[in-house]
Each structure stands twice: as structure tokens, then as C-alpha cells.
Ligand binder design. Structure first.
Ligand code: IPM
Ligand code: MN
Length: 358
């Protein structure tokens, strides 16, 4: 009996539906090659749905979505709506209410010509960032006082809990142990200025004592932004807080070839997790068929790895790596000269070229 994975698919806004269509084609192809089933349930949530119905993400649908084994998301966000309304009502809702406490961001350069840094080879860019995903300024503890007056006060609390910090750090140590490469974990914080981050420093040292085989390093976020551009090869596994992780991983995405390739997993180990490209809905490119679907295809790769389909996941990664090395795509942006579905076709061809599974 072949295994069946139940996947909730939320294509979302802007280019989301276009890139998700290609991600799903790839998912279906590897499922048939590797002998498992992917049973998809599509959900319409996003700007159009909200404008038509006034619904953001109703509880009935949410409780259905969480019954799935995984969630695949395209992109959320629309300039016609209030900033943050859908981002918080859909993406952040899932991160918080499903307690997806790790935002995992692999940063790998598959082909030298995709890196904007000179003399940087694929072997120099191969690290993974563990971004804490449920705390920090994202917790929504905010307020406005005397709003709209010259005396306005705006506050938003940064919160860290021992539990939240520790589970992110533990996940990162375990991951560093599994990775063949560096056996090194770098903590990125700003404990010199944001003294609340002393909780990160102490927890890192305490948990680290249980992992004597993993070398520990510590960078402040401002310095890390310099180092990653100057010498990305120094990083193997990185752990950091929610907001620094948000910024650092966009910077890191550029080093691996940009938003056309960067994917992320919002993970609670052993429970339903959410996979998405890190790019947004790119409203000005929506409907033009020019968005690169490879980031979503790499989100499918991460999802399959999480679902225990590691051979299928590796198959996708090898196919994408081969395609990128072939230089058939001159760039990973919207100017590649290939349409979204043509890039999907190229990935499917590459999947068929990669050695078929035994
Ligand atoms: C990301 C995005 C989100 C974030 C936004 C859409 C709220 O930038 O997934 O990195 O800041 O976490
Ligand atoms: Mn971001």
C-alpha cells in the first residue's frame, strides 16, 4: 500500500497561484515516480476571497487545514488592503496557532553564476538558518497612545521566553549534528544592545554544553550582515531570533540567487508544518506568467523531506541543481525569458533526466 500525504494548499494572492501550480505539478510527478500519493485540498484564502466574502481565514477552515499532514502556501498580501491584515490573519495565524516554532531557511548556491558576490563558488554557500518563529516583536504586544496627535506614543514589545528560545536553540544543535558539513552552530543576536537577548546567550551556552561535538560561535546581527557578504563560507548552521532572522534570511537569499529560489519551512517537529517560498505576492507581476516557480518547487522539496519522503525531496533538489548548473535560465528573476510554466516544464524534464528511482 502506498503512503498518502494529505496536503492543504493555499495558493493565495498575486503570483501565488501561478507558482503553486508548478509546485503541484512537480509534487505530483515525484509522487508517481516514488510511489506515494499526495492528496491535495485547496483553500481560497487571500485578498480576492476577502474582498468577495469578508472572510480572512474562518475557524472552520482553519480546523480543517490543521488536520492535514502539511500545508503549502504561495504568497499572501495585496496593496488594496490594510498593511498586515492578511499577513497576520493567514500566515502569522498559522505560525502562532499551529505553534510553528522554527522557520527553517536553507541557503545553498547551486550554480556559481547565480551569486552576485565575485569569486564565490557553490562550496562557499551552504548553510541553514533556524529562525525562531513565534516570539520577538512578532508576538503582537503593541499599542498606540494619543494616536494621530503630535504627542503620539507607539510601542511594540520584543518578547523572548525561555521555552521559545530553548526549543529553537535545541532544534538548531540537533540540526547541526545531522549536517555533514561544519558541525558548527552560530548564534546571531544583539545582546550587547538589547540586553533581553542575554536569555539567548545563556541558553545557548547551557544547551551547548550538551553538544560538545558542535563548535559554538557568536555574532552580533550587524556584524553577521557584513560577514555573510564577505565570507559566507564561515556559516554552517545559524540560529537567531524572529526579526533578525527575517532580515538575515532575505540577505542570505540574495547570495544563493535571489527570491526566485529561496524557500522556507515553518515547522513544529512531528506536527503539521507549513512550507512557502520566501518571496511575496509581487502584485505587479501577477497574472503575467513571468514569476519563477523554483522557490515554490524548493518549498515542495522541504515539505517532502519533512513528510519523510527524502528520496523524492533529493530528486527535486538534484533536478533543480542540474537545471541551474546547465545555465538554461540566464537569471532567476522575472526577466529570465522563460514563463512560469516553461520553467515548470524545465524542472519536470530535469526530474525525468535525474536517475529514475530503483
Ligand atoms: C516572511 C515574511 C513575513 C515575516 C511577513 C509577510 C509577515 O516576510 O515570511 O519572512 O516577516 O515573517
Ligand atoms: Mn521576510
Amino acid at each position: 500500500m502506498s503512503k498518502t500525504h494529505h496536503v492543504a494548499v493555499i495558493p493565495g494572492d498575486g503570483i501565488g497561484p501561478e507558482v503553486v501550480r508548478e509546485g503541484v505539478r512537480v509534487l505530483e510527478r515525484v509522487a508517481s515516480l516514488h510511489g506515494f500519493q499526495a492528496r491535495l485540498t485547496r483553500y481560497p484564502f487571500g485578498a480576492e476571497h476577502y474582498l468577495k466574502t469578508g472572510e480572512i481565514f474562518p475557524e472552520s477552515a482553519f480546523s480543517e487545514v490543521r488536520q492535514h499532514h502539511a500545508i503549502l502556501l504561495g504568497a499572501i498580501g495585496d496593496p488594496r488592503l490594510e498593511v498586515g491584515l492578511l499577513e497576520f490573519g493567514i500566515i502569522a495565524k498559522m505560525r502562532f496557532e499551529l505553534d510553528l516554532y522554527v522557520n527553517l531557511r536553507p541557503v545553498r548556491l547551486y550554480a556559481e553564476h547565480l551569486c552576485p558576490l565575485k569569486d564565490t563558488r557553490p562550496a562557499d554557500v551552504d548553510f541553514i538558518v533556524v529562525r525562531e518563529n513565534t516570539e520577538d516583536a512578532y508576538a503582537g504586544m503593541r499599542g498606540f497612545f494619543k494616536k494621530g496627535t503630535p504627542d503620539e506614543v507607539a510601542t511594540q514589545e520584543i518578547i523572548f521566553t525561555r521555552k521559545g528560545v530553548e526549543r529553537a536553540i535545541r532544534y538548531a544543535f540537533d540540526l547541526a549534528r545531522k549536517r555533514a558539513r561544519g558541525r558548527k552552530l552560530t548564534l546571531i543576536d544583539k545582546a550587547n544592545a538589547v540586553r533581553a537577548m542575554d536569555l539567548w546567550t545563556r541558553t545557548f551556552a547551557e544547551v551547548g554544553a550538551e553538544y560538545p561535538d558542535i563548535a559554538r560561535e557568536h555574532n552580533y546581527i550587524d556584524a553577521a550582515c557584513m560577514y555573510v557578504v564577505r565570507d559566507p563560507g564561515q556559516y554552517d548552521t545559524v540560529v537567531t531570533s524572529n526579526m533578525f532572522g527575517d532580515i538575515f534570511t532575505d540577505l542570505a537569499a540574495m547570495i544563493q540567487g535571489g527570491l526566485g529560489i529561496a524557500a522556507s519551512g515553518n515547522i513544529h517537529p512531528g506536527q503539521v508544518s507549513l512550507f512557502e517560498p520566501i518571496h511575496g505576492s509581487a502584485p505587479r507581476h501577477a497574472g503575467r506568467g513571468v514569476a519563477n516557480p523554483i522557490a515554490t518547487i524548493m518549498a515542495v522539496n522541504m515539505m517532502l523531506d519533512d513528510l519523510g519522503e527524502s528520496a523524492a525531496a533529493t530528486h527535486i533538489e538534484d533536478a533543480v541543481a542540474g537545471l541551474l548548473r546547465s545555465k538554461k535560465l540566464p537569471s532567476l528573476g522575472t526577466d529570465s525569458g522563460f514563463s512560469t510554466s516553461q520553467i515548470g516544464d524545465l524542472v519536470l524534464e530535469a526530474i525525468d533526466q535525474v536517475r529514475a528511482p530503483a
